[in-house]
Structures are given as C-alpha cells and as structure tokens.
Design a protein around this ligand. Structure first.
Ligand SMILES: [Zn+2]
Length: 186
C-alpha cells in the first residue's frame, strides 16, 4: 500500500462533503504551454500514480487537483504489476474525445474515489482522443477494448462524473446496506 491520499466521496459510512465538492466539479483546463504550476501538478499526479501499485488510472481531481490531467496504464492492465517506466502509462492533458466508435459494452467498474462499491457501466469499445502529452505536444490517440474503458472512466473524472453517476446495477457489501441504500435512495 502507498501513502497517497486519494479523495473519496465517502469513507467508513460517512460522506466527505469537501471532497465531494471537488470531485463533482468540472476540472479546469491546463494553460498551454505549461507554466510552472502546470508542470508541477503533472509531476505530482504522475509520481502519485507510479507510487501506487493498485491503480489502473488516476485523474488529478482524485488527489485534490482540479485540473484536466489524467494518467493510466497502457499495458499490463491485467496483472497491475509495478510501473517500470514511462512506456507503461499514458499522460493526457486537456484531453477531449473526438470520436466514439463501436458497440457500447457493459462491464462492472470500481473506483478508488468510490470505495467498496462496483457499478455496471456502459462504455464505447473504441475512442479517439485529442490531448497534450507530458511535454506539451499535441497528440492524437486511439484506444480500444478494455483500455478504451479505462480512458473513458478517467476522462469522466475531469467532468465531475463518477461511476455513481452511471445508471447500471450497483453492488455493495451487505453489511453496509443501510448506508449505501440511504446514499443512493434505493
Ligand atoms: Zn475513478
């Protein structure tokens, strides 16, 4: 376990009002070319992600930075082995999905900011994205399959959208049924 402080909507059957506010707000664009603050925030995000060994991806709002930047694994998604170098992940700054393709597929997702629950989420199986890379270069990317799902999940965070905002079937631990039923008005 790492000591990265992940912002969450709730913890131990208590709603985190302050963290909810930031997680649910649309994040700000990063000025390009990157200024010192932008460069510093990118470094903080990437370092936090690399230090974690249990995450597929991380969006800046999840560590309390309300800026449009995400990082995610692009290989070894199944094993979640330790991140070795920068070939293992992509960083997208000010990303924008320019194309959704393929059939929508349903799959159960979890999120570090929504502890203890899983929700079935529909996602496109292929997306195209325009963004800036870690060096401030314009890039065009195409993601397919499970990786496309991970990227859509992370990009949702930048619009203040979390898995709880999707409509699918919700799964939570039975012993916390009261809390989660109250939370989701079931
Ligand atoms: Zn998430």
């Amino acid at each position: 376990m790492s000591n990265i402080n992940i912002w969450t909507l709730w913890k131990d059957e208590k709603v985190n009002d302050e963290e909810v506010k930031l997680l649910k707000r649309p994040a700000d664009e990063v000025p390009v070319p990157f200024d010192e603050e932008g460069k510093r925030d990118i470094k903080i995000l990437v370092n936090a992600f690399v230090e974690m060994d249990d995450a597929l991806g991380l969006a800046a709002p999840q560590i309390g930075i309300s800026k449009r930047m995400v990082v995610f694994r692009k290989r070894n998604l199944e094993e979640k082995s330790r991140i070795q170098n920068e070939k293992d992940y992509d960083v997208l700054i000010n990303p924008r999905i320019t194309q959704n393709r393929g059939e929508k597929e349903k799959m159960t997702e979890g999120c570090l900011s929504c502890p203890e629950i899983n929700i079935e989420v529909e996602r496109f199986s292929e997306i195209k994205v325009k963004a800036y890379d870690i060096h401030g270069n314009k890039i065009n990317k195409r993601y397919t399959g499970f990786l496309a799902r991970v990227v859509q999940h992370e990009l949702d965070h930048l619009d203040g959208k979390l898995i709880v905002d999707h409509e699918g079937t919700l799964y939570y631990p039975k012993e916390k049924q009261d809390f989660f039923e109250r939370l989701f008005n079931k």
